[in-house]
Design a protein around this ligand. Structure first.
Ligand code: ATP
Ligand code: MG
Length: 140
């Protein structure tokens, strides 16, 4: 079961633009089942913890500031080959390089305001899911 789940987070730019619902629709139409979902907002400290893997990168401070600037929609998703298929669905980090039809091509404006996060491995999907959701908040 572990390999069939990934974690996502619709970012503040997309919520602000009012396209959170449209993004969830595209995710569901691509065959992902929603296991957990909520709307919340991170503090700068929480964003710093979530993206700690990037703490040495020059964009880390801006990334944490942006990710705590507004509402986000975190979710756990299930599908065969979930992590890899979801990365394909969201497209390249920089929307300018994203394939047509991907979520970032459809909804993102720039590399720093790129609409959505997707886990990059099964291990990180579990860590990131546990960061946001208790067992009670998941359907199974
Ligand atoms: P995410 O982890 O959000 O799904 P990603 O895996 O495609 O994105 P990462 O390399 O993990 O990309 O970078 C995390 C986030 O940091 C990116 O989504 C982007 O918002 C920001 N970021 C990455 N590279 C840059 C950059 N060169 N300049 C500004 N922001 C960047
Ligand atoms: Mg990443």
């Amino acid at each position: 079961m572990t390999g069939n789940r990934t974690f996502t987070m619709i970012k503040p730019d997309a919520i602000e633009k009012g396209v959170g619902g449209a993004i969830l629709k595209q995710i569901q139409e691509a065959g992902f089942k929603i296991i957990a979902l909520k709307q919340t907002k991170m503090s700068p400290e929480q964003a710093g913890k979530f993206y700690f893997i990037h703490c040495e990168r020059p964009f880390y401070a801006d990334l944490c500031s942006f990710m705590s600037s507004g509402a986000i929609i975190p979710a756990i998703l299930e599908k065969e080959n979930a992590v890899e298929d979801f990365r394909k669905l969201i497209g390249a980090t920089n929307p300018a390089n994203a394939e047509p039809g991907t979520i970032r091509k459809n909804f993102a404006e720039s590399i720093d305001k790129n609409a959505i996060h997707g886990s990059d491995s099964n291990d990180n999907a579990i860590i990131e899911s546990n960061f946001f959701f208790s067992e009670l908040e998941r359907i199974s």
